[in-house]
Design a protein around this ligand. Structure first.
Ligand code: CP
Length: 319
């Protein structure tokens, strides 16, 4: 079946989800990002790869890291960046998503970076562009509902490769609210495609999807058992905004059983790295001593995010 993210030549046309992308494309994105880390770290100021292009940031949900790093990435590639303020845009007056998109197309948009609370919203935009002969405009999913957050998944893979070099010998644990997490879905897809042999998910029964083992992961409800000998610990945020009803007794109770403390981290390998996509709830998902400790690579994740987003945008602009 044709993958709507790829063009007729098999190159990336949109980035909507990790699912269905071949290993070569994921590796190509990580390889392309590597030299951009110099730009992300400001050793090189700007590159002209998106000069003359207009990138529209459409964030219908709040964001600190993703929106800002997309803006930095686009500017370092010399694009014009337009941040739509959704609160004051016509979306708040009842304009439909696709009418908003049509109007921005009339302003000569080249790329849309879309975050939306509804799963599938970036797919809908990509389909609409194709149906209207606007194949030259690219869509990047910056997080849609519970579905996917592909650039977060990719920057996480970049971070793992940076510290661990080889995916094919790793044990990786994803901890916390897997049920509501688009980040976890993208991480599992990317880890699987890149050849990680053992992926574990750790959390309470109420926050782990019942059929998650179909994704090829091992499920643990005991955190110490789940962390035993892992190389990479990927913590998740509790997605309180997506929880309906009482799925947790209390944040304190969650921290007691599933919060990452130095004591629980001792179960992992001595050289394990600790990741978190942010925003981080200290004292709920992770203890400050671990978040700020020697195993944490949480802030490098953010810097790598600039390089990975530069890679994705430059690859799309090249198709
Ligand atoms: N990781 C992540 O998506 O963070 P933001 O919500 O701040 O963009």
């Amino acid at each position: 079946m044709h993958n709507p993210q790829l063009n007729r030549n098999g190159a990336l046309q949109h980035l909507l989800t990790i699912d269905g992308l071949p290993r070569e494309i994921l590796s190509d994105i990580l390889d392309t990002a590597a030299p951009f880390t110099e730009v992300a770290e400001r050793e090189v100021k700007k590159l002209p790869l998106l000069r003359g292009k207009s990138v529209f940031n459409l964030f219908f949900e709040n964001s600190t890291r993703t929106r800002t790093t997309f803006e930095i990435a686009a500017k370092r590639l010399s694009a014009d960046v337009i941040n739509l303020n959704i609160g004051t845009s016509s979306a708040s007056k009842g304009e439909s998503l696709l009418d908003t998109v049509d109007n921005l197309c009339a302003m000569q948009a080249d790329m849309f970076v879309v975050r939306h609370a509804v799963s599938g919203a970036p797919f809908l935009i990509a389909q609409h562009l194709a149906a209207n002969g606007r194949d030259h405009i690219h869509v990047i999913n910056a997080g849609d509902g519970r579905h996917a957050h592909p650039t977060q998944g990719l920057l996480d893979m970049y971070t793992i490769r940076h510290y661990k070099k080889d995916f094919t010998r790793l044990i990786v644990a994803i901890v916390g609210d897997v049920l509501h997490s688009r980040v976890a879905r993208s991480q599992i897809g990317a880890l699987t495609t890149l050849g990680v042999p053992e992926i574990r998910v750790i959390g309470p029964k109420t926050l782990i999807p019942a059929d998650v083992d179909r994704l090829g992961v091992r499920v643990f409800h005991d955190m110490r058992a789940g962390l035993k000998d892992v190389d990479v610990v990927m913590m998740l945020r509790l997605q309180s905004e997506r929880m309906q009803g009482a799925l947790l007794p209390s944040p304190q109770e969650f921290f007691k059983y599933y919060g990452l403390t130095a004591d629980k981290l001792c179960c992992a390998r001595p050289d394990a790295i600790v990741m978190h996509p942010g925003p981080m709830n200290r004292g709920v998902e992770i203890d400050s001593a671990v978040a700020d400790g020697q195993h944490a690579v949480i802030l490098p994740q953010v810097t790598f995010g600039i390089a990975v987003r530069m890679a994705v945008m430059s690859m799309l602009a090249g198709t």
